[in-house]
Design a protein around this ligand. Structure first.
Ligand SMILES: [Zn+2]
Length: 232
């Protein structure tokens, strides 16, 4: 279709859409009469798929293009979260540096009367896949599951720096636990990765927080109190 034909077609079908016509005209003007290059919508990110139980699923927005490259870490890189701070005393692990900051955060919250408990920490992509398999086996749809759970390969839990506080559901946002984290977690380097109304349109996960070393304040990076030199 030649440029005049395309323009008259657009004008006929979207007569009220002046902005669109304006942008197409601008494109035509800048394309040096090469009308084959007219683009009126941003290009979609390249398709990405994952395999679960020999079935292929296409990764939708907002996850597509945001695959996380998690390093393969030895067991020695992890430390167990104190069981009095985990749901049902479960053994939950995070990487060592995250552990140090997390324990300080948990203790500070406790001093303020908030007993935080962790429901999930490090999860390998293989484990994330198992979560999906189980939910699919229960009859849930892939499109439904990814509204609440990151697809395998796209979860921060594979980095060993993310934790889910208990309960990992919508109730959490209503608890004083969440308010406390909103006020104080940043001092310890923890950020709510998927806050309400986030710019990337990820589903809101009030319970999911991730440690970022660069945002931890100097005060909390100090060595443990018991290691400090005695005064006087
Ligand atoms: Zn999480």
């Amino acid at each position: 279709m030649s440029a005049p034909h395309q323009l008259s077609f657009i004008a006929r079908s979207t007569i009220s859409c002046c902005l669109l016509l304006l942008s197409v005209s601008r494109l035509l003007a800048t394309e040096n009469n090469d009308t084959t290059a007219i683009i009126i919508a941003p290009a979609a990110p390249p398709a990405e798929t994952i395999q679960i139980e020999e079935k292929s699923y296409q990764i939708p927005r907002p996850w597509v293009g945001n695959r996380i490259s998690a390093p393969s870490l030895p067991m020695s890189a992890f430390k167990m979260i104190p069981v009095d701070h985990t749901r049902d005393s479960t053994h939950i692990y995070v990487v060592t540096e995250t552990h140090r900051a997390l324990v300080k955060l948990l203790e500070a919250a406790k001093e303020d009367g908030i007993v935080l408990r962790i429901e999930s920490g490090y999860r390998s992509p293989g484990y994330q896949k198992k979560i999906f398999s189980r939910m699919l086996d229960e009859g849930r749809q892939f499109e439904d599951i990814i509204r609440y759970v990151a697809p395998p390969g796209y979860s921060e839990h594979a980095l060993g720096t993310a934790v889910d506080f208990y309960p990992s559901n919508w109730e959490f946002a209503r608890l004083p636990d969440y308010s406390w984290l909103q006020k104080h977690a940043s001092q310890y380097g923890f950020t709510e990765t998927y806050p309400e109304h986030n710019s990337k349109h990820y589903p809101w996960e009030a319970w999911h927080w991730t440690y970022h070393k660069e945002t931890e304040t100097a005060a909390t990076k100090q060595p443990e109190l018991e290691a400090a030199a005695p005064q006087g």
